[in-house]
Design a protein. Structure first.
Length: 377
C-alpha cells in the first residue's frame, strides 16, 4: 500500500512540475505571444526576450535576404515586435537576430529544413500559394530504402503516393522522379518544395493525374539525409568508375525498385523526370543516357546541357513533353537559353517557361505547380 502511495505521490509531483513548466512557457499567465500574425495587409513578428538589448528581424523577402535586417522594438513584458507590410503571396523564411545571434521563432510551428538549417516559414495566402497549403484529401509520404550495388550500400528514398493509393490495391499509377539540387537531399522537395501539398491540391481539383512521386538522394556519397547521422562515403570523382554513378543508379536501380515494390506503370509513357539545378543536370543526363526511358522531361534552372545529337535521339524516341524552365535573373539563365536554342534547332517540340526571379524555391515550387498538370495526359 505504501508503495502505491509513493507512486501516486511521484505522479502528482511530476504533473505539478509539468504544469509549472507549461505555466513558465506561457509566461505565468501573461497573454500568449503570437508570431507571425497576419492582419489584413500587414504582418507582425514577436519574440519574448527578457535580457536582450538589440533584436532584429531577418527575412527572405527583404532586398538583401542574406544580411538585411529590420529593428524590432521592446514592448510590455519584454516582448519585442515589428509590424511590416505583408509581402506578396509566397512562402518566405525568416529568423530573429538577438544581440547578434540568429534565433528561430519559438511560436511558429511551420519550419522547413534546408540542408542543416531549420527556418520558420511565413506563408502569405493568395493565388500563387493556393496549392501550397493542405488539401482536403491527402497522399502518403514514406521513406523506403533500396539496395544499391553500384554504390555499395542501402540508400533512402522519399516517395509520395496519392490519395486513394491504399484503398484500391489493383490500380497502377504513373511515376514522376523528382530530383533536388546541390545541398539538398531526399527530403528537400517535401520540406521546401511542398510537393505533397501541391500534388494533393492539383489531384483533388482534377488538374493533375494521380501519380507516384519519387524523390531520391542525389548525393551518391550519402546513404540518407545528414539528419540521420549516417557517415558519408568519400568518392574520387576523377575515377572513371564514378562517372554518372548517381544517374546510373537512378535509372538502373531506383526505377526498377519502384516498379517492383510500388504499383507503378512500367512504361516510358508513364515515367517523368524533373529536377532543379544539380538535379536539372541529372535530369538532362538521365534523359540523354537513357533516351527511351522517360517520355516526360523537365529540367528546372538546370546545371547541364545536351548536344544536338542527344536531342535528336530524344526526338526519335518520341518524347511527349519537354518542359524547360528558368528564372530570368537566375545565374544559370544563359545555359537555359542555350538549351532552348538547341531544342528549337533540332525541332523538338517543347515548352520554355521563363519566370521572374532567380535560383530560388519560390520558382521551383511554381514550376512543379505548372508542369505537374501537363504530365501523363
Amino acid at each position: 500500500m505504501k508503495k502505491i502511495l509513493l507512486i501516486a505521490a511521484a505522479a502528482a509531483f511530476s504533473f505539478t512540475a509539468m504544469a509549472q513548466e507549461l505555466s513558465n512557457f506561457n509566461f505565468r499567465g501573461q497573454a500568449p505571444v503570437v508570431s507571425p500574425e497576419i492582419q489584413g495587409d500587414s504582418v507582425t513578428f514577436r519574440l519574448k526576450a527578457d535580457y536582450a538589448t538589440v533584436v532584429k528581424l531577418s527575412g527572405s523577402w527583404m532586398p538583401n535576404p542574406y544580411g538585411g535586417t529590420i529593428d524590432m522594438t521592446r514592448g510590455e513584458n519584454n516582448v519585442w515586435s515589428v509590424k511590416i507590410p505583408l509581402p506578396a503571396p509566397e512562402i518566405y523564411t525568416y529568423n530573429f537576430v538577438v544581440d547578434g545571434v540568429a534565433v528561430n521563432d519559438p511560436q511558429n510551428v511551420y519550419v522547413q529544413r534546408d540542408g542543416t538549417r531549420y527556418l520558420p516559414m511565413l506563408i502569405v495566402p493568395g493565388e500563387r500559394t493556393e496549392n501550397y497549403g493542405e488539401a482536403g484529401t491527402h497522399g502518403t509520404v514514406s521513406h523506403p530504402w533500396y539496395d544499391s550495388k553500384l554504390l555499395g550500400y542501402s540508400r533512402r528514398l522519399t516517395v509520395y503516393t496519392p490519395y486513394g493509393y491504399e484503398a484500391n490495391p489493383k490500380k497502377k499509377y504513373p511515376v514522376l522522379y523528382l530530383l533536388h539540387g546541390a545541398g539538398g537531399d531526399e527530403e528537400a522537395w517535401i520540406s521546401m518544395g511542398r510537393t505533397a501539398q501541391i500534388l494533393d491540391n492539383l489531384i483533388e481539383k482534377g488538374l493533375a493525374e494521380p501519380m507516384i512521386v519519387v524523390m531520391p538522394n542525389g548525393n551518391p556519397g550519402q546513404q540518407a539525409a545528414r539528419t540521420l547521422g549516417i557517415p558519408e562515403k568519400q568518392m574520387d570523382w576523377r575515377d572513371p568508375a564514378f562517372q554518372n554513378i548517381y544517374v546510373r543508379s537512378l535509372c538502373e536501380e531506383i526505377v526498377p525498385f519502384i516498379e517492383k515494390n510500388f504499383r507503378a506503370v512500367a512504361k516510358p509513357a508513364s515515367r517523368a523526370i524533373a529536377g532543379l539545378s544539380m538535379g536539372g543536370g541529372h535530369t538532362i543526363s538521365a534523359s540523354v543516357l537513357y533516351p527511351e526511358m522517360f517520355d516526360y522531361i523537365c529540367p528546372l534552372s538546370a546545371a547541364g546541357q545536351a548536344s544536338a545529337e542527344q536531342i535528336a535521339a530524344l526526338k526519335k524516341a518520341g518524347v511527349k513533353l519537354y518542359f524547360l524552365a528558368c528564372g530570368s535573373s537566375d545565374f544559370l539563365f544563359q545555359g537555359s537559353q542555350q538549351l532552348d536554342q538547341t531544342l528549337t534547332e533540332q525541332g523538338l517540340d517543347h515548352i520554355y517557361f521563363v519566370s521572374d526571379g532567380g535560383h530560388t524555391w519560390a520558382n521551383w515550387r511554381l514550376y512543379l505547380n505548372t508542369f505537374a498538370p501537363k504530365l501523363f495526359k
